[in-house]
Design a binder for this molecule. Structure first.
Ligand SMILES: Cc1cc2nc3c(=O)[nH]c(=O)nc-3n(C[C@H](O)[C@H](O)[C@H](O)COP(=O)(O)OP(=O)(O)OC[C@H]3O[C@@H](n4cnc5c(N)ncnc54)[C@H](O)[C@@H]3O)c2cc1C
Length: 529
């Protein structure tokens, strides 16, 4: 007996119905099965955590309801790939496999290759569609920005308003987190998933919140409201990058056409900054697409051996639990553990501190942050972590003063006091460095350093100097300069057309408060807001 033919849509990081070309094209070709597969081996990876699972389930539940409304249904499977497809092919004639391209980690890359082999052997045509600005394969970085722009301004994919499904099909059930070995639900303040929520967040940002974006993005006090908060929706595909970009363009036009004087002029600068960041999203993902090894290896190989053999577990534990004795670092890590989001500047601070002050190799610290970032996007994440660790060879190296970040970004201590209650009564002047509080003040405020809050785990000035010297010792070599040219050629943003500047001498800090940044190379100012 002839088996029923199905068009199989394999959902990955594209949990939406709108602007979804694979769903649209499959639904035009016959009985369609839209399927999400929970892969136990992927969920066993340390980068994924319960909040990722909950976010995905929330997004899938909404998608399921939307499919039902047009006559479709969502299929769920738990299993490895391509095994799930092999099993399906034993019962159905898979007339076509449709998915978006994915720039994921090594696991998903290897799994995609296995699926491609299975599809070839089984005579199944696997159509993969682009959903962002990542180009596969990319010949060279020249002209990349133009391709990105062309893709972002292309028409939104049509939406299916009717779907035919097979008469008989086992649609499966949503697994529980425990079935995938994930911890039980914790009480966290985490963003909720789903396409509708993504649209609401975009709407509230563009219509109201974005006015303060440029000014408010750096402080952990203002950033939760002033940043777009679109990252988990873009990372898991509840919103397409094209929809976000076109929404932004429409808003910009609206503002430009508003009566003169009726618009806060800060808005234009803010929207411009936001627009750049949407492009960076794909710019960073392109790096992983072009060089999958950067998930594990230094982008600039001359830095191999820099930190590998000096991993200090005690420092790692203190950093992970927010007990380093540096209030801004501890507040950021504890805030992240609760909210599973923190703004760019504080991510950079956390990573730079781990790599430069604590001299921890970026790989374990990046994995820990990935687990805590609801928006974990491998291409952005590993590239950014390497950037903050100084192992790309082409970016400005920034070593922040954690104390100065308190005065700059949280002068009233609102953020620190919220997340580090031990410091609640500490006067503002001592919040950057509580260990400098005179003993009588420590007793008065009930925060004795060493008993109620740790002493700084490392001395900032000593750690800064050591990191600066060790990185610079490599960076000034001919081999490093040659390697940086190779890296720039492959990954560098082409916005700034100047040839690579030669590293000069180590800049001397002018004063104590200036001990925060070390400028050497930069492939784009834009990558370091
Ligand atoms: C060490 C480190 C790790 C990071 N890991 C991730 C990650 O796993 N996933 C992730 O989405 N972002 C990551 N970022 C980039 C950035 O911090 C977040 O995208 C941003 O904070 C998310 O908040 P938002 O959506 O409100 O951003 P907004 O400032 O409103 O920006 C809008 C969107 O632009 C993109 N974007 C913003 N900043 C950057 C950037 N610097 N590089 C690339 N894309 C950017 C994101 O998609 C973001 O949602 C990382 C940054 C650092 C320093």
């Amino acid at each position: 007996m002839a088996r029923d033919a199905i068009q199989l849509v394999w959902l990955k990081r594209d949990l939406r119905l709108s602007d979804h070309l694979p769903i649209w094209e499959a639904s035009q070709s016959g009985a369609t099965v839209v399927m999400f597969v929970f892969e136990p081996k992927l969920w066993a990876m340390p980068e994924l955590d319960r909040p990722h699972f909950d976010f995905i389930v929330q997004s899938l539940e909404e998608l399921s309801a939307k499919l039902l409304a047009i006559g479709g249904r969502l299929a769920i499977r738990v299993g490895e790939l391509p095994d799930v497809f092999v099993e399906l092919a034993s019962k159905y004639d898979i007339a076509g496999l449709y998915s978006h391209e994915e720039t994921g980690n090594r696991f998903t890359y290897d799994r995609d290759r296995a699926v491609a082999r299975w599809a070839r052997h089984s005579g199944v045509t696997w159509k993969q569609y682009t959903q962002n600005g990542v180009v596969r394969p990319l010949k060279g970085r020249d002209g990349w920005a133009a391709i990105w722009h062309k893709r972002m301004t292309a028409p939104i994919a049509p939406s299916s308003n009717r779907m035919v499904i097979p008469t008989e099909f086992d649609w499966g059930v949503m697994p529980t987190g425990q079935e995938l070995g994930l911890s039980s639900q914790q009480k966290l303040r985490v963003q909720t998933g789903g396409e509708s929520r993504a649209k609401e967040v975009l709407g509230s940002f563009l219509s109201v919140r974005s006015v303060n974006y440029r000014r408010g993005m750096s402080s952990p006090v203002t950033a939760p409201d002033d940043c777009s908060r679109l990252s988990p929706y873009l990372a898991w595909g509840c919103l397409s990058m094209k929809s976000a970009y076109q929404g932004l363009m429409a808003r910009e036009k609206e503002l430009r056409e508003a009566p003169v004087g009726s618009i806060d002029s800060r808005w234009f600068g803010s929207l411009k900054s936001f627009s750049s960041r949407l492009a960076w999203h794909c710019h960073f993902m392109q790096k992983l697409e072009d060089e999958p090894a950067l998930e594990f290896e230094n982008i600039s190989r001359v830095y191999d051996g820099l930190r590998e053999n000096e991993f200090n577990q005690e420092r790692f534990e203190a950093w992970k639990s927010g007990n380093t004795g540096y209030p801004m670092i501890d507040a950021c890590m504890r805030a992240l553990a609760q909210n599973r989001w923190i703004n760019f500047r504080m991510r950079a601070l956390l990573m730079s501190f781990a790599s430069n002050h604590l001299w921890l190799h970026w790989r374990p610290t990046a994995v820990h942050l990935a687990k805590y970032f609801l928006d974990f996007e491998p291409g952005i994440h590993f590239s950014q972590c390497q950037m903050q660790s100084g192992t790309t060879g082409i970016n400005t190296i920034r070593i922040y003063s954690p104390a100065k970040q308190v005065s700059d970004q949280d002068p009233t201590g609102e953020f620190i006091r919220r997340y580090v209650p031990e410091l609640e009564q500490v006067p503002n002047e001592y919040l950057p460095e509580p260990h400098r509080m005179p003993m009588h003040v420590q007793s008065q405020v009930g925060c004795v350093v060493g008993r109620d809050y740790p002493f700084p785990i490392v001395d900032h000035r000593t750690a800064y100097r050591m990191a600066q010297e060790r990185i610079f010792a490599i960076r000034q070599t001919e081999a490093a300069i040659d390697e940086s040219k190779r890296v720039y050629q492959k990954h560098g943003s082409r916005k700034k057309r100047d040839p690579l500047p030669k590293p000069k001498s180590i800049p001397k800090p002018k004063e104590k408060s200036d001990l925060r940044q070390l400028f050497l190379f930069d492939d784009s100012h834009e990558e370091n807001p």
